[in-house]
Write a protein that binds this ligand. Structure first.
Ligand SMILES: O=P(O)(O)OC[C@H]1O[C@H](O)[C@H](O)[C@@H](O)[C@@H]1O
Length: 281
């Protein structure tokens, strides 16, 4: 037995309010296929959403989970982080099942995307919540006649109670590109302690990550994506962001499942999928 979930409005934009039978909740905008909120069963909000974020067609939301496709950051000729986060996605299905709630949204190429990126594609986002678990999957099929290359990320903003005392475990031994200082390095510490600006692309993740924030433990795992981006703007850059309140940077950490350092190469007719799973343990 499953119950359809109908489109409502959130901040003036079309949205889906997912509620699982166990009480887990999530809010997903059709604009950008942007997840705004995730509240696991019996717990508090896990995602950071800036109170100064814009909610308007064509603009990026600051917080939640922006979908980055088909270009990460400024690593190519397209607009920063690609066009997917500013596009309206189509509802494929949304329903509450016996023990979960699941929504699937789709984005296809159109005249505007082909002007800047000459490819025919079908991208899908699937969001599933159950109990204390959130599963997010981004899939893409090359529907054109020529090979396609892209980078992508699920740009998850995690809410923190206190940035300075939080840490991230599971990155030890990994090579990373430090985008803040433009240099390559290797992580030796088991616990990444958060301290000021952080903007790193870790390559070839080997283990699940654990966010430690007070007593809270959030397990972060990924499949299909080989990189993870860890980003916090720090005080100077954070306070300079027009859509972030002063001090907002202390309440967030982005841990992004990403494919950046080796772009995905898709021959005609082929598909790729990447997933990020969060579990409040
Ligand atoms: O401000 P945005 O375009 O949303 O980008 C926010 C951030 O995204 C990623 O995490 C990049 O690694 C950062 O360099 C960037 O600042």
């Amino acid at each position: 037995m499953s119950t359809p979930i109908t489109i409502t409005r959130h901040q003036g934009l079309e949205a889906l309010e997912l509620v699982a039978p166990d009480g887990a909740r999530a809010t997903l905008l059709l604009h950008g296929a942007h997840l705004l909120s995730w509240v696991p069963a019996g717990a508090d909000e896990q995602l950071y959403l800036s109170p100064k974020s814009a909610f308007a067609t064509g603009q990026a939301v600051r917080g939640g989970v922006p979908v980055i496709f088909p270009q990460f950051a400024a690593r190519g000729p397209l607009q920063r982080h690609g066009f997917a986060r500013g596009k309206p996605w189509q509802l494929v299905s949304a329903e509450a099942g016996k023990d979960d709630a699941l929504a699937v949204l789709r984005l296809n190429d159109d005249g505007a995307t082909r002007m800047v990126w000459p490819h025919e594609f079908e991208a899908e986002i699937s969001i599933r919540i159950a109990g204390r678990v959130l599963e997010m999957e981004l899939a893409c099929e090359n529907r054109g006649a020529t090979p396609m290359s892209f980078t992508a990320a699920l740009h998850t903003y995690l809410r923190l109670t206190q940035y300075i005392s939080a840490s991230l475990q599971g990155l030890s031994g990994l090579a990373f590109w430090d985008s803040a200082s433009d240099r390559a390095a290797t992580q030796h510490e088991d616990l990444l302690r958060l301290d000021g600006e952080m903007d790193r692309i870790y390559q070839d993740l080997k283990h699940d990550l654990t966010l430690r924030d007070g007593d809270r433990r959030l397990r972060i795992s990924q499949q299909g994506f080989s990189d993870a981006v860890v980003w916090n703007p720090g005080q100077a850059k954070g306070d300079a962001l027009a859509d972030m309140p002063e001090g907002g940077w202390k309440q967030m950490l982005c841990v992004e499942a990403a494919q950046v350092l080796r772009p995905i190469e898709l021959p005609p007719g082929e598909s790729w999928a990447g997933m990020q799973t969060l579990e409040l343990t």
